[in-house]
Design a binder for this molecule. Structure first.
Ligand code: GAR
Length: 196
């Protein structure tokens, strides 16, 4: 059994897909860390009966916010962190201090279209192939070694909403699957989650 923490800032559809996928497995979402007190993900979290922590970044520097986050995850015995729409960069100091894998999902085929609004930017680009990237987190903006990419070819006739839905479907299928694989490895004593 291994415990993970999900960090999110927004709607939380990925958070919910991860929690649903782990239901009935030996693994568990131990807590949610959120940087926005009014984020919809907090309602999903309450409904699912998972502990949530709102960590305030405003009025103090990032190091202080990250110290608070580190003590939350360490006290809860978290072994893996999944960033699911967490719109903050983690510092190199935080990444080094956390003893376990930190994974991120991004709604584009990195290195194309990093940062916020990537679905719309991808949609408005002339790219024929769109998709998602799951990667290890470093201190850059959606950088870090790629674990998995999944893509589809667009016909050109799709609306932004249709593309958005297609991308979320890929995220909801593949991010929980990759997380599960890492948790299985962590539970077997492989603390970096394996080499995938
Ligand atoms: C997801 O599409 C995720 O890939 C993206 O935020 C969305 C969160 O949706 N993350 C990034 O853009 C990271 N740079 P959700 O709150 O419904 O899970």
């Amino acid at each position: 059994m291994a415990d993970l923490a999900v960090f999110a800032s927004g709607s939380g559809s990925n958070f919910e897909a991860i929690a649903a996928h782990l239901c009935g497995t030996a693994h568990r979402v131990a807590c949610l860390v959120c940087d926005k007190s009014n984020a919809a993900v907090l309602q999903r979290c309450r409904r699912l009966g998972i502990a949530s922590f709102v960590v305030c970044y405003s009025g103090r520097d990032r190091v202080q916010a990250e110290q608070e986050i580190l003590s939350i995850v360490q006290q809860r015995g978290v072994e893996l962190i999944a960033l699911a729409g967490f719109m903050r960069l983690l510092s190199a100091g935080f990444i080094d201090s956390f003893d376990g894998p930190i994974l991120n999902v991004h709604p584009s085929l990195l290195p194309r279209h990093p940062g916020c609004g990537a679905i719309e930017t991808s949609y408005r680009s002339g790219d024929n192939e769109l998709g998602i990237t799951i990667h290890h987190v470093d201190s850059g903006l959606d950088t870090g070694p790629v674990i998995l990419q999944k893509s589809f070819r667009r016909t050109g006739g799709e609306s932004l909403q249709q593309i958005e839905q297609r991308i979320h479907e890929l995220e909801h299928q593949w991010f929980p699957t990759v997380i599960r694989r890492f948790l299985d490895n962590v539970a077997q004593g492989n603390h970096d989650g394996g080499s995938q």
